[in-house]
Design a binder for this molecule. Structure first.
Ligand code: IMP
Ligand code: MG
Length: 430
């Protein structure tokens, strides 16, 4: 059993970390976010209620837990206050026993938001940022011209009055809790391939979503961490621009489909058409089927996500750079109905086959994925509660994911609800 767990995204974000964090938060004493800001979007479903968070840790919906926004994050004070007010409106009482913000986190100012506008700014458009001021704020942090939250709350306004009681030197709180034997969950945002150091630079976010970021982003040392859980979808998605070796269809085709509100009225027919064409071998429709089945539209921006097969090369890399103890495979149910499923197990680059991820982004655009094909399965698996409940082909698929990724699977998710989770190995969990 673990006392401290880092949950980290293994792909390009949106892997379903919110659900895993929510699942683990039940037993945690503290949930702490360590990197990023309100560029993230977590959907947490509790009973029949759906909660969307961008900045506040997903643990906030649980009673008697301390949620911490760590020093590695960037905090937009207006967003913080509006998320607090949203929670208060549905009956949560948010005070410093429930939510604390690091005094050393950096403040996203209006000028950061104005600068980071993909409609007006060429650079923001090239990366396809979420437009929340994340990059400019981190830039000022590194340039040593930023404003930390401790300084921000020195001024007097309605916003600073609301935030001030929540601001603390959080590294002491977290380390003392660990010394007392309390359980701490480090909640990752974004994913490994969006990491400023280890991702597909420059098509990345401006922080370290990887496990190392959980240490610098909270002030906890590496010897205090028991377990790192990597979260992956059973396929791959990416929002925003940048190379995506296993992408099905093109980014332009995806964007041309429009946002969720455009698709929703014709959802059923579109899904049926996508499955038919996918099973005739049409790659674009294979990707579209994943997008529709998985409701792959951004929580933060509503943008349709680019979709593709599971990239085992990228996964193995993510397992390595995070030192993952085990992995969680999410949304396995999304693949049901597909007659054939592919896994990328190597890349061809410059005429050579490699099993290593390609760090040269210019080359990554050009790699050719080498696939292994597996038979899919029919029928709904969203009621499966143990491996035995899964069809043999789904089971085989999971085994291959383990082998290719070089990691053990601890959890499998077959639907959005908490109970739609299969626990395979709980020794790496709380
Ligand atoms: P930024 O973080 O807003 O600067 O955006 C940089 C890149 O990271 C863009 O490609 C975004 O789409 C991507 N990104 C940022 N946050 C998330 C997230 O929570 N999920 C998925 N992609 C993200
Ligand atoms: Mg998200």
């Amino acid at each position: 059993m673990a006392q401290t767990i880092i949950v980290v995204g293994g792909q390009w974000g949106d892997e379903g970390k919110g659900k895993i964090v929510d699942f683990l938060a039940e037993k945690a004493d503290i949930v702490v976010r360590y990197a990023g800001g309100n560029n993230a979007g977590h959907t947490v479903i509790v009973g029949d209620k759906k909660f969307k968070f961008h900045l506040i840790p997903s643990g906030i919906v649980h009673e008697n837990k301390l949620n911490i926004i760590g020093n590695g994050t960037v905090v937009d004070p207006e967003v913080l206050v509006s998320e607090i007010e949203d929670l208060e409106r549905v009956g949560f009482k948010i005070d410093e026993r429930r939510l604390v913000v690091s005094s050393s986190a950096h403040t996203i100012l209006p000028k950061h938001r104005e600068e980071d506008n993909p409609k007006k700014d060429v650079h923001a458009r090239k990366i396809g940022t979420t437009g929340r001021g994340i990059g400019p704020c981190y830039r000022d942090k590194v340039a040593r011209t930023g404003i930390r939250i401790s300084e921000f709350i020195e001024s007097d306004s309605e916003i600073t009055r609301k935030i001030r009681p929540l601001v603390k030197d959080t590294c002491f709180i977290i380390n003392e809790a660990i010394d007392q034997g309390k359980k701490v969950l480090f909640e990752g945002a974004q994913g490994t391939l969006l990491d400023i150091d280890h991702g597909t630079y420059p098509f990345v976010t401006s922080s370290n979503p990887t496990a190392g970021g959980a240490l610098t982003g909270t002030g906890v040392g590496p010897t205090k961490i028991d377990s790192v859980i990597g979260v992956f979808k059973a396929y791959t998605t990416r929002v925003g621009a940048g190379p995506f070796p296993t992408e099905l269809g093109t980014e332009d085709q995806t964007n041309a489909e429009g946002r969720w509100e455009d698709i929703e009225p014709v959802y059923k027919e579109a899904l049926k058409e996508a499955l038919e064409k996918a099973n005739e071998g049409d790659e674009y429709f294979q990707g579209k089927y994943m997008r529709l089945m998985g409701k792959e539209y951004g929580t933060t921006t509503g943008r349709p996500r680019r979709t593709g097969w599971f990239d085992g090369v990228a996964a193995r890399y993510a397992v390595m750079v995070n030192g993952m103890s085990a992995i969680a495979i999410m949304k396995l149910d999304v693949l049901q109905g597909l007659k054939k499923i592919k896994i990328c197990k190597a890349y061809e680059v410059d005429g050579k086959i490699t099993e290593n991820f390609v760090l040269d982004t210019k080359k990554l655009w050009e790699v050719k994925p080498i696939y292994e094909e597996m038979p899919g399965w029919d029928g709904d698996i969203s009621d499966a509660r143990s491996l035995e409940d899964l069809p043999e082909n789904a089971w085989n698929y999971l085994r291959r994911l383990e082998e290719i990724s070089n990691a053990k699977i601890a959890l499998v998710s077959v639907g959005p609800r908490r109970d739609q989770t299969i626990v395979i190995d709980d020794s790496v969990l709380f």
